[in-house]
Write a protein that binds this ligand. Structure first.
Ligand code: CA
Length: 377
């Protein structure tokens, strides 16, 4: 089998006026995605997705394509090594790695289809066939008071069957504390609640907030500070009681290793579409397991990323082994996004807060090409 063609599909949906929303440092004015399609001389096609800016990812995928044409797509490890080596001098992290991630996911999709098994089977089999999902939302809205909107929104997730949700903070310690307390009241004591500052705080603010909301039973405090400052991460861990999570911007296994070795985190959050794909993420998972660090993948993108993430989630070993093991969470984005699941012929959905791992060959999803055309950037 040989690779004959590689196509990066850039998609977008513009968000106008009241549909726009804010994290601590950015405003979402569009929903952008870059899907990677790899064709072979056998007719088998694989799909992947790149985290981050769609047109920059697409340009790098295009630049990497000559190194892929004519190669056997089953040579996944050698291809990964060769791409990484070729781009090392200006690569290692950032958009070269997110672009390589999309290529790698597509190769695993082809391999699964070639052998007639789901990707998790190629990875050695599944510890579980479904995972609990938490609803990601709770950004700062444009159409309503933030506290009022987040109470409404998170209560609606619970009514939909979710048992866990994550909200965005990093808008000021006083305001965030009031919002967190109101959301905890709205969703009830039994629901899981996580907070994500999108690195909108410094260590002093993060420690202050974490101490103030110690009684709110927060599952984790995500990206409290900027990801380059591993020492600040460690100070937040040491200075307040909530477990600290991060990893969506630490691309590559070396960046994740540095965070683990710096004692920066309690929970590691690699994104399969950003950290180097399935090939790199399984090494990150192995290193985290070796170090006693919990892995809860970051997931932000279309159904292609969600599917790839579900295969990774199936393979994360339960830690520790015991009678009733704790399954890792799927991050399930619930914010406005017109084609997130529409790109799949069969959308991935949750039932009673759980999502099944796809069990058809490869990633186990088929793309709706009409939707690619409808949202082409
Ligand atoms: Ca995040």
């Amino acid at each position: 089998m040989k690779i004959t063609n590689v196509t990066a599909h850039c998609l977008t949906q513009k968000l106008d006026g009241n549909n726009r929303f804010d994290s601590a440092f950015s405003t979402f004015t569009e929903r952008a995605a870059c899907l990677v399609e790899i064709e072979t001389d056998t007719g088998l096609i694989g799909w992947g997705e790149c985290l981050g800016p769609n047109k920059v990812n697409a340009a790098i995928v295009e630049a990497m394509t000559p190194a892929l044409i004519g190669r056997d797509p089953l040579d996944i490890e050698p291809i990964w090594f060769d791409l990484y080596s070729a781009w090392r001098d200006q690569g290692q992290r950032g958009v070269t790695m997110t672009a390589q991630s999309g290529i790698d996911i597509a190769l695993w999709d082809i391999a699964g289809k070639h052998f007639g098994v789901p990707v998790y089977r190629l990875l050695g089999g599944a510890h579980r066939t479904s995972v609990p999902a938490y609803a990601t939302g709770g950004f700062r809205p444009r159409d309503k008071d933030r506290l009022e909107r987040l109470v409404e929104e998170t209560a609606a997730y619970m009514a939909d069957g979710f048992t866990a949700t994550k909200i965005k903070i990093g808008f000021g310690v006083d305001e965030d504390e009031a919002v967190i307390r109101a959301v905890r009241d709205a969703i009830g004591d039994d629901a899981e609640l996580m907070i994500d500052a999108n690195h909108g705080y410094d260590a002093i603010e993060a420690i202050e907030l974490g101490r103030r909301i110690a009684d709110c039973r927060i599952g984790w405090f995500e990206e409290p500070v900027v990801p380059e400052q591993l020492n600040a991460y460690r100070r937040v861990r040491e200075g307040q009681p909530i477990p600290v999570a991060g990893g969506e911007t630490w691309h590559g296994r070396l960046a994740h290793r540095q965070a683990i070795e710096a004692d920066a985190i309690d929970i590691l959050q690699p994104d399969v579409a950003g950290c180097g794909g399935i090939t790199e993420m399984r090494k990150i998972i192995a290193h985290a397991e070796t170090s006693g660090i919990r892995v809860v993948p970051h997931v932000w993108g279309t159904g292609v990323n969600v599917a790839a993430s579900l295969h990774m989630l199936a393979t994360i070993p339960p830690q520790p082994g015991r009678h009733s093991s704790r399954d890792p969470w799927l991050e399930f984005d619930q914010t406005p996004h017109a084609y997130r699941m529409a790109v799949l012929q069969d959308p991935i959905t949750q039932t009673a807060g759980r999502v099944a791992v796809p069990d058809k060959p490869g990633l186990g999803v088929e793309i709706d090409r009409h939707v690619l055309e409808e949202f082409r950037a």
